[in-house]
Design a protein around this ligand. Structure first.
Ligand code: QAP
Ligand code: CO
Length: 168
């Protein structure tokens, strides 16, 4: 297993649209293990393959307190969403140190596959619903920062570029 490097906003590769997985093989399961290790090491509660520069529709999530409930979503699709929305303060491993409020549907029903190619549906609400929608956005090349005002986006972009210069 290996923790992979995480792309940081505003890296343009974060805007790549991921392709569906068509082969549920051992390399895919290795990617899932590496993504899980990357997420747990960070630590974070969700990671999309896009964030480790792999442009396939793969997501790992663990919102449990003990960090022992890994959930894998491959080729996820939202089949229904509640009309009522909720605001949640989101963060992202690709935008470290930035937390901003985003409004999204409160509940979503998702159809996806696990790493063995078994299809399932999943009803998510609360933090899990936020996390799933946030990670599915990554697979479409969308970062949560893009929901914010132009002014906030510009400020976050310069703060991130400044951080990059200080680390380099
Ligand atoms: C996405 O985010 C998410 O800024 C997952 O310095 C966020 O795991 C879903 C993290 C909020 C639902 C609600 C962020 C770690 C982790 C940081 C994460 C940081 C270190 C974010
Ligand atoms: Co994110």
């Amino acid at each position: 297993m290996a923790a992979l490097p995480i792309l940081r906003f505003p890296d343009p590769r974060l805007h790549t649209v991921a392709k569906p997985v068509d082969c549920f093989d051992e390399p895919l399961r290795q990617l899932v293990r590496d993504m899980a290790e990357t997420m747990y090491t960070a630590p974070g509660i969700g990671l999309a393959a896009t964030q480790v520069d792999v442009h396939q529709q793969v997501i790992v999530i663990d919102t449990s307190d003990a960090h022992n409930r890994l959930q894998v979503f491959i080729n996820p699709e939202i089949i229904s969403a509640s009309t009522d929305a909720k605001v949640y303060e989101e963060g992202c491993l690709s935008v470290p140190g930035i937390y901003e409020e985003v409004e999204r549907p409160d509940r979503v029903r998702v159809r996806a596959f696990d790493e063995h190619g078994r299809e399932f549906t999943y009803d998510a609400e609360g933090l899990m619903a936020v996390c799933l929608q946030h990670e599915m956005d990554h697979l479409k090349g969308r970062v949560f920062v893009q929901y914010l005002s132009r002014l906030k986006q510009t400020r976050i972009r310069s703060r991130m570029l400044k951080q990059d210069r200080e680390v380099a």
